[in-house]
Design a protein around this ligand. Sequence first.
Ligand code: UDX
Length: 437
Amino acid sequence: MRVGVIGTGHVGLVTCVALAEIGHDVVGVDRDQERILKLQDGRAPFFEPGLEPLLEKGLNQRLLAFSVEPESAVADREVVFICVGTPPRTDGQANLVAIESAAREVARAASGELIVAEKSTVPAGTADRIHRTIALEHRSSRNGIEVVSNPEFLREGTAIEDALRPSRILVGANSPRGHEVMRRLYAAAIDAGSPLVETDIRTAELAKHASNAFLALKISYVNALARVCERTGADVDSIADVMGFDPRIGRAFLDAGLGYGGFCFPKDLQAFERLADSVNYDFPLLREIRRLNDQAVEAVFDNVEDGLWNLEGKRVALLGLSFKPGTDDVRLSPSLALARRLIDAGATVAAFDPEAMMAAKEELPELELASDVFGATNDAHCVVLCTSWPQFRNIDLDLLKEVMAYPMVVDGRNMYDPAEMGARGFTYYPTGKPPIR
Ligand code: UDX
């Protein structure tokens, strides 16, 4: 099928390469000329495992093309995806200016029948707005253009896998034609076993917010549980294992630590709160999820302070700056929130991350960056494990102890065994378990 994608950010670009990989003819457009030039050259503008090889493959097979001209993603296409950003406004509501302008571009360039699929995470009711914008722009009802909602559930770091073998494909449409076209588009994944859920548009729009908020709820729940464990001497990981064996609960997203970050959960949760406000439903649980997430960073900060006493003049090494492993994304990363907190309290903060150092330095120029684990931990009074990159699981602990000023580890992702850390002579603060002093 001939497909267009407006916006080549994380979601848009992964959508482009995944659709080309299953054999569709895809054109991605973006206003950012520099980005388009890079993409035409086969270079990904951000780190995502497996993205670049598929990008090159699509370009070589001529199934993938990029342009700055919106028309090329719309005219003669059967489906056009809107994948532009919806950053939060200062009041927490999603900023939908880019969505409106994409809708206008679609209206101007559309020539015949077209399905407009909104993939960006948007508040319920946005598809109606897109439809009305298209109609107004044309001063007609544009019968041949239909808007559907097709939210993405991509996780950064495994986005390609998630796009090629989705856990579910969700399509919200208000007519059989919308569903039929999207079924054809995703036929390969559906045949391979990905469940397809077909709903009306409002339901699909709301389902994305509902899923993300529930995942964030699981994380905040286990982090609150961690606080209780710290005060009672229980072990949060073992409790999560016990809970996880119950199939009604499941073990996933019950890892206590510094909390969630990234651009999706914090932004979507706030947008969901604003949506609930706008329909006059008081939903304090959503606010509480956020409060507990902020508290998770504070709890790790308290452990650093407990171990070091005064922070002025102390050197703290942070291992991991991205909001989770497998990405260079530091947007709303809890590691950076902790770094800011430590710097404000007078500590010097050195850091190492396998991918996210450039991005982190831009956000927080006061950070001292090192080129490896031991560069960051050299002379440090305390090391904080912030992101669970696999390479941080097998650090040479004898060498670590040797290079540090004090042998103290605060584990914000529970990556080490407290008994072993104690036996090796570290002061060790796990999350949600008794510390070894
Ligand atoms: C998320 C959703 O998973 C995805 O479906 C949606 O489309 C976009 O938002 P992503 O932001 O890439 O994806 O990250 P995810 O893997 O879900 O992790 C989110 C955050 O939660 C990370 O900061 C991670 O470290 C944290 N987390 C996750 C925990 O603190 N504990 C856990 O048990 C799991």
